[in-house]
Design a protein around this ligand. Structure first.
Ligand code: PLP
Length: 453
């Protein structure tokens, strides 16, 4: 994807108002501190605006699609309006379908269930498991991790050119890595896919919360994302894109809402006529609040202005990268190198530290919430760490000599609601832990590193 450089000249906005900003958490060392949520890549806090919109709508909540009552009709209108608004946010084509799902994982599994017979799927080993694994019914070509965006394009081009027979094909690619935050050349990959008669689905779980995503500009066939990473944590996700494969497939879920008519046959069986359109794959009672919340978040981000949001996040990314580069023994993981465009997601290892131990100390001693592990992208993190080991080591006292291979990593991630103070506290804490060590002792419990008391 070619990301707009216009953001560099934009006015930087203030952090958007999110829930949980004033929550205080206890420290093992005594006292308490305002929680620094730096795990946006897993789940971002709700935007205050989204919460307010949902609270204002909640008294009017009613059953969707089937009710005759006023509130049912109101809720149905809002649900369908949310569909249109999210499609506008994604700059979908007129002919595209937009489905509300549970999450990105659900969206990609839904698409996987709609692949035409004989479809071959091309996927880089660098993908999140949600985009790496759903294609179980298809022939899958796993592509090696590229070391530059240009190599990603040539790797895909070679693989598509070599495919035999020349049947239907789908490329699945992430927009921004949930491990490195690096942005992938989506537009260029789409061009190559289409030139070879393949289609492409964009996993925008980490891109959509940080960047405008235009289905038409990127020329992707489908896009998937999750509400809970886009400041709308009410259990909904989105799959949007071309309708033909969706229309030709069996409904993803069988049940009410997806069925137009059901009748008994003379032989005692049941005949079903399924709906077309979005209803075909949205059986059961839809999550109207989840859909409404996503539409509200889309409006809030659009109104805040993506250019200034991107500009602010870029400043935070640069601050964190520069700060970590200045701390001895810290290595930031990267596939594409220095020049890569990034969103606010960075993973790193600290020489001589078990990453779980380090993350536990950031939480218990500084009130900072990050993530540790392999981030549901095991092949990618293992490639970046140069490790093939299955399990991370036990935590306890800092272990491993300087230079010893790390088996898992620490991820810090942030976004539109992150104040500068959280980033500064994080950098100060990393420096202090590296220099002075943890002030508390930790042990492993249920596979997690926790304070010993
Ligand atoms: N794709 C990417 C790039 C992700 O980072 C994630 C979650 O972290 C997913 C897909 C899956 O999202 P969800 O858990 O909301 O289904």
């Amino acid at each position: 994807m070619t990301v707009s450089t216009a953001a560099a000249d934009q006015t930087v906005c203030q952090p958007l108002s999110v829930l949980g900003r004033d929550v205080r958490v206890p420290l093992v060392t005594g006292g308490e501190v305002e929680y620094a949520a730096l795990d946006y890549a897993a789940s971002a806090p709700a935007l205050q605006r989204v919460w307010d919109d949902v609270a204002a709508y909640a008294p009017y909540y009613g059953s969707v699609h089937r009710g005759a009552g006023y509130l049912s009709q109101l809720s149905t209108d809002l649900f369908e309006k949310a569909r249109v608004e999210v499609a506008e946010f994604l700059d979908c084509r007129e002919s595209d379908e937009l489905l509300f799902t549970r999450s990105t994982t659900d969206s990609l599994n839904l698409l996987a269930a709609c692949l035409p017979a004989g479809c071959r799927v091309f996927v880089f080993e660098t993908e999140h498991h949600a985009s790496l694994l759903p294609w179980r019914g298809a022939e899958v070509t796993h592509l090696d991790a590229p070391r530059t965006p240009a190599e990603a394009v040539t790797t895909l081009e070679r693989a598509l050119a070599a495919r035999e027979p020349h049947g239907p094909a789908l490329v699945c690619v992430t927009g921004a890595s949930n491990v490195t935050g690096e942005i992938w050349p989506v537009r260029e990959l789409a061009e190559v896919a289409h030139a070879h008669g393949a289609r492409i689905v964009l996993d925008a779980a980490q891109l959509a919360p940080h960047h405008p995503v235009s289905v038409q500009e990127l020329d992707v066939d489908w896009v998937a994302f999750s509400g809970h990473k886009l400041y709308a944590p009410f259990g909904s996700g989105v799959l949007a894109g071309r309708s033909d494969w969706l229309e030709e497939a069996e409904p993803y879920l069988a049940g009410g809402g997806a069925s137009r008519s059901v009748s008994r046959r003379e032989d005692g069986g049941v005949d079903v006529v399924w709906h077309g359109g979005a209803a075909r794959h949205e059986a059961g009672s839809p999550n109207v609040i989840g859909a409404y919340a996503i539409a509200s978040a889309c409006k809030a981000l659009t109104e805040a202005g993506f250019d200034s949001l991107v500009a602010r996040e870029r400043q935070l990314v640069e601050r964190v990268r520069a700060g970590l580069a200045d701390i001895p023994g810290v290595t930031v993981l990267s596939l594409f190198g220095e020049a890569a465009e990034r969103v606010g997601v960075l993973s790193f290892v600290v020489s001589g530290w078990n990453s779980s131990h380090f993350a536990a100390a950031l939480s218990a001693e500084y009130g900072i919430g990050v993530r540790d592990g392999l981030f549901c992208a095991h092949p990618l993190v293992r490639t970046l760490l140069g490790s093939t080991a299955e399990a991370p080591g036990e935590c306890g006292a800092p272990e491993g000599a300087a230079g010893e291979q790390s088996l898992n990593a620490i991820r810090v991630s942030f976004g539109a609601g992150t104040p500068d103070e959280h980033v500064e506290r994080f950098l100060g804490a990393v420096r202090e832990l590296v220099t002075d060590g943890a002030r508390w002792t930790y042990r492993t419990e249920g596979g997690r590193c926790v304070p010993a008391v």
